[in-house]
Design a binder for this molecule. Sequence first.
Ligand code: SF4
Ligand code: SF4
Length: 182
Amino acid sequence: MEFGRETNVIKLDEEFFKEFETELQEAGMSINDLRSCIQCGKCAGTCPMALAGLEFFIKKIVHAATLGLKEIFLDDSSVWGCQSCNRCVEICPMEIKPYELIQAIRRVSFREYAMPSNTIDGLQNYYKLGHAVVVKGYENRRKKVGLPELPPTTLGNEEMRKKFQEMLKNTVLAEVAPFPLD
Ligand code: SF4
Ligand code: SF4
């Protein structure tokens, strides 16, 4: 055995792990549930995002989550590509509910600001305009046919906008939003 050699060990972040466990519990799941994953890969095999070419290693994420390997699952931005279709939940033979796991990861990642910039843009758009996704490149065509540059939402109504934004200010967004909630 060699002594004094540097090793590259990923350490368990206990505080983060507890926070993650709480998020799972709120979704009616536990780390123990995740341990019954048999790594069959059916979840990724049926995921429309994976089928469309997104590198989506759900079983790797499940495995990293059971071991509390924060760096691994915070570094994997593919969880932000999930489209909430729940196909992975329906097909999982072990009733793991990968979708719920992905949502729990998103919630803890959000608190660590570990999210892609387009997710932040989407959130900011949602807060300001009521649209998470603003389709770009159609503004002139819309104007030509007499439409506003952006499709209107209820936030065009000043009273509704204030109510909506006040509601969001009473959520966790007020603590963690990476932009001013003015
Ligand atoms: S389908 Fe279920 S058991 Fe199979 S790898 Fe995915 S989470 Fe694990
Ligand atoms: S819920 Fe998300 S992860 Fe599951 S199959 Fe649908 S897109 Fe993929």
